[in-house]
Ligand binder design. Structure first.
Ligand SMILES: O=C(O)c1nn[nH]c1-c1ccccc1
Ligand SMILES: [Mn+2]
Ligand SMILES: [Mn+2]
Ligand SMILES: [Mn+2]
Length: 332
């Protein structure tokens, strides 16, 4: 990276060896005005955050101390201007105000590189207060089809996508808050005997992509259902799990509830399975079409769940999937 230079005409803040709040604030404004980051800084940010998250356990454990809070967000899917609305309403990340983004940061919305780079910059700035769970959209197959790869190529280059892809495969798969809330993108498992210890022990580096079976795939893909037991997934990947599965898992692991994302909810969130399964989705008016609200959850030292709903805000006239290819690139 040292031999990479930043064009002397570059009008943005300079990045040295440390992330600064000034650089992050400058990034936020640049992205709002449709500007990009110097490519050298993009590489620096992704590489630094990849090294940081590689050292994190597959399930990160966080407690909320007095005077602190954590805001849990669900899918943001490239909707940068709605992410700005989250920070306006919830407050921005800080040493006292922790955040957890629960996967699906990218794809669909056309400001996926802006969201990914901003979340990564905050991870660098507040490494022990800012948390990222992997979603099923932090994977190569989805990024090829749903816009992120195309957006990386269009705004930066293929190497930037490859680096993001490598960093996604290093992301933790779950976060345990106060030993009470098990937060992951998709949901629970085909096997009732899976415990938090099995998640802790899961070697997420053995396979870069979740594939069609196994613990990692299930954590990123499964959905709750109202009927007891387990059923087939509507997505063709994973399965659906009923209230009894959630109850058994929470009892076995002394949990209040699981918090997951992965599905749109018209109210932005939904409390299901007798309060043991909560879905939080943070992309309002999803794909400029669904008309849903977004939501986020604030959790303080008392570990009560505090839901906030919010509406989509105006954004520049760039459609969802503006950079998506037909996904056949490189196939023939
Ligand atoms: O793109 C989405 O809405 C999404 N979010 N999580 N999973 C998906 C998805 C999965 C399979 C096919 C299409 C979308
Ligand atoms: Mn999603
Ligand atoms: Mn998802
Ligand atoms: Mn929109």
């Amino acid at each position: 990276l040292d031999n990479m230079i930043v064009d002397p005409s570059y009008d943005g803040a300079k990045l040295g060896n440390e992330m600064t709040l000034e650089f992050v604030e400058d990034m936020i404004e640049r992205f709002k005005n449709g500007k990009k980051l110097a490519r050298k800084y993009v590489f620096q940010i992704i590489i630094t955050v990849m090294e940081l998250v590689k050292k994190e356990p597959t399930m990160v454990e966080v407690d909320v101390e007095q005077g602190q809070e954590i805001t849990v967000c669900g899918d943001t899917h490239g909707q940068y201007f709605d992410l700005m609305e989250i920070f306006r309403l919830a407050g921005k990340p800080s040493e006292k105000h922790m955040f957890l983004f629960n996967g699906d940061f990218v794809d669909r919305g056309s400001w996926s590189t802006e969201i990914a780079l901003l979340l990564y910059a905050y991870k660098w700035l507040y490494p022990s207060k800012f948390f990222l769970n992997r979603g099923n959209h932090e994977t190569d197959d989805m990024n090829r089809m749903y816009g992120f790869e195309g957006e990386c190529r269009a705004k930066y280059n293929e190497r930037v996508f490859k680096l993001f892809s490598e960093s996604f495969s290093a992301l933790p798969l779950a976060t345990l808050i106060g030993k009470k809330y098990f937060v992951l993108h998709g949901g629970l498992f085909s096997d009732d005997n899976i415990s938090l210890d099995d998640v802790r022990k899961l070697n997420r580096f053995k396979q870069r992509q979740p594939g069609q079976a196994g613990l990692m795939m299930e954590m990123l893909w499964t959905d709750p259902q109202t009927q007891p037991g387990r059923g087939p997934s509507k997505r063709g990947v994973g399965l659906q799990f009923g209230p009894d599965v959630t109850k058994r898992f929470c009892e076995k692991n002394n949990l209040e509830a699981i918090i997951r994302s992965h599905e749109v909810r018209m109210d932005g969130y939904e409390v299901e399975h007798d309060g043991k399964c909560i879905t939080v989705f943070s992309a309002p008016h999803y794909c400029d079409s669904t008309g849903n609200k977004g939501a986020f959850i604030k959790i303080g030292p008392e570990y009560k769940l505090n839901f906030t709903q919010f509406d989509a805000v105006p954004h520049p006239d760039i459609k969802p999937m503006a950079y998506a290819s037909n996904g056949l690139q490189g196939m023939i």
